[in-house]
Design a binder for this molecule. Structure first.
Ligand code: HEC
Length: 134
């Protein structure tokens, strides 16, 4: 019993330190995602297949880190948003490499799970900054 309490305390401590440490890294991922998403849209519009595919691959990569983050915290709906984004951008990359720009643009719509996850897991603090909500 005493061990169980100690163990629980350790987990709590771990969870808190990990999230404090990861906050900056997480925000970095999101900024990378925003930049790559903009670049992807421009490259799809310009019909630059290779460049668009590279952007979509970058998004896929970063979303796999986002997925690992939520998986570590075992938050299943956020994992689903991240997974859908990851597989969605993989599809975008394949379509863009194949020069299928209309289909790729449509696939971007499906891959953009941003809003769903933000409304479930992001909250504005009183000072106007964002905080993560579990
Ligand atoms: C799995 C959940 C999830 C998905 C999917 C997601 N986000 Fe986020 N995003 C968050 C959370 C949580 C925060 C708040 C992080 C914080 O401030 O601690 C955030 C914050 C951000 C920020 C602000 C970063 C900063 O510097 O404070 C941007 C920009 C952003 N997201 C862009 C996007 C875009 C664009 C997409 C879709 C292509 C996306 N996100 C998809 C969860 C997600």
């Amino acid at each position: 019993m005493k061990n169980a309490v100690l163990l629980a305390a350790c987990f709590l401590f771990l969870a808190v330190t990990v999230s404090a440490q990861n906050k900056a890294e997480y925000q970095n991922w999101m900024q990378t995602i925003r930049a790559a998403g903009r670049s992807l849209n421009e490259n799809l519009e310009a019909k630059s297949g290779d460049a668009a595919a590279a952007d979509a691959k970058k998004l896929q990569e970063v979303f796999s880190q986002v997925l690992a983050f939520w998986a570590k915290n075992n938050i299943s709906d956020a994992m689903k948003f991240a997974m859908d984004a990851q597989s969605g951008f993989q599809e975008v990359a394949e379509l863009a490499s194949a020069g299928k720009f209309d289909e790729a643009t449509e696939a971007v719509g499906k891959a953009r799970t941003c809003g769903g996850c933000h409304s479930a897991h992001r909250e504005r603090a009183e000072d106007g900054s964002y905080v993560m909500k579990y």
